[in-house]
Design a protein around this ligand. Structure first.
Ligand SMILES: Nc1c(NC[C@H](O)[C@H](O)[C@H](O)CO)[nH]c(=O)[nH]c1=O
Ligand SMILES: CC(=O)[C@@H](O)COP(=O)(O)O
Length: 201
């Protein structure tokens, strides 16, 4: 009997959405595969490349604050920061900031991506618990959908499988997160107008 598990497969039009992907750098090879999966699905839904912002943080524990600050910054009048933040010159220097001459455009959704792999201590449990609760609180506080793209794997194989990299080359969950971002961004925009979206049959 085939499994009943799995995400919705409805497609949505993302051609006028602005999406941020915020990813941790721990377990980077798996994170990178998940980010690619999300980007591929965003592209399939019509999200334009110039409407996708990708930012990284050291680890998953930093994801909630990063999402909160990126959402807040996208709502300011002067857009993202111009000039550099850390005194570095621009052009591929770590810490430099791309100019953002245009006025800010708020993000319609944020995809938070990280890979947590259980180690020998309780560190894993505390990060998983705190990050999941904080991301939920941040999306409710800001009203911006934050897609939970944090793998909480008990071992490396579980993480690899969920990024489509395992021996069985299982499904890349990044694709699910990309689709969820487009759907929730679309629905929240419509709900915010006091309207309702016909549910695809
Ligand atoms: N062990 C993993 C971590 N640990 C690092 C924390 O997320 C955090 O960056 C550090 O404690 C400093 O605040 N992060 C992951 O994303 N994945 C792990 O498996
Ligand atoms: C998720 C973690 O922080 C974990 O990988 C750290 O490993 P350990 O518990 O052995 O320190």
């Amino acid at each position: 009997m085939s499994s009943i598990k799995g995400p919705s497969t409805h497609e949505y039009d993302g051609s006028n959405l602005r999406i941020a992907i915020v990813h941790a750098r721990w377990n980077e090879s798996v994170v990178d595969a998940l980010v690619v999966g999300a980007l591929n699905k965003l592209g399939q839904c019509g999200v334009k490349a110039h409407n996708i912002v990708i930012q990284s943080v050291p680890g998953s524990f930093e994801l909630p604050l990063a999402c909160s600050r990126i959402i807040a910054g996208s709502r300011t009048q002067n857009g993202g920061s111009t000039g550099d933040l850390l005194g570095f010159t621009s052009a591929n220097t770590p810490g430099s900031v791309a100019d953002s001459p245009t006025a800010s455009v708020p993000f319609d959704a944020v995809i938070a991506i990280g890979v947590l792999i259980k180690g020998a201590t309780m560190h894993f449990e505390y990060i998983c618990d705190s990050v999941s609760h904080a991301l939920m609180r941040t999306q409710l506080d800001t009203g911006v959908p934050i897609i939970f793209g944090v793998l909480t794997a008990l071992n490396e194989e579980q993480a690899l499988e969920r990024a489509g990299m395992g021996a069985g080359m299982r499904h890349n969950h990044g694709e699910d997160w990309g689709l969820a971002a487009v759907e929730m961004a679309t629905r929240c925009r419509i709900w915010g107008q006091g309207k309702f979206m016909e549910d695809a049959s």
